[in-house]
Design a protein around this ligand. Structure first.
Ligand code: SF4
Ligand code: SF4
Length: 94
């Protein structure tokens, strides 16, 4: 069986995004954060640092709910919760 790339695997997921973000970083902490590990560790590339606006953009609609960003945030100021009800990601292949 052909090994799938991460992009191919992500393509098999279904999303039912909420209108509200379930991922809420403390933007003041993000400004001071030197590592910005969330922008590196997230497999779905949810976080993007906007240097011009000095703001962390959060594309929460693409979140896989793996929790890696929550664990790795050095200041532990990233407010993280599961999307409500039937919102969020659905894994079709286990
Ligand atoms: S790692 Fe935490 S503090 Fe740093 S940019 Fe990401 S959410 Fe903000
Ligand atoms: S929970 Fe996982 S997929 Fe969602 S934003 Fe955090 S690292 Fe990315």
């Amino acid at each position: 069986m052909k090994k799938q790339s991460l992009e191919e695997k992500l393509y098999t997921l279904k999303f039912n995004p909420d209108i509200y973000s379930h991922l809420n970083p403390d933007q003041n902490c993000c400004k001071k954060c030197t590592e910005k590990i969330c922008t590196i560790i997230c497999p779905a590339k949810v976080y993007e640092w906007n240097e011009e606006e000095q703001k962390l953009n959060v594309n929460f609609e693409n979140c896989l709910e793996c929790g890696a960003c929550r664990i790795s945030c050095p200041s532990k100021t990233l407010m993280w919760e599961y999307p409500k009800g039937t919102k969020g990601v659905t894994f079709k292949q286990g």
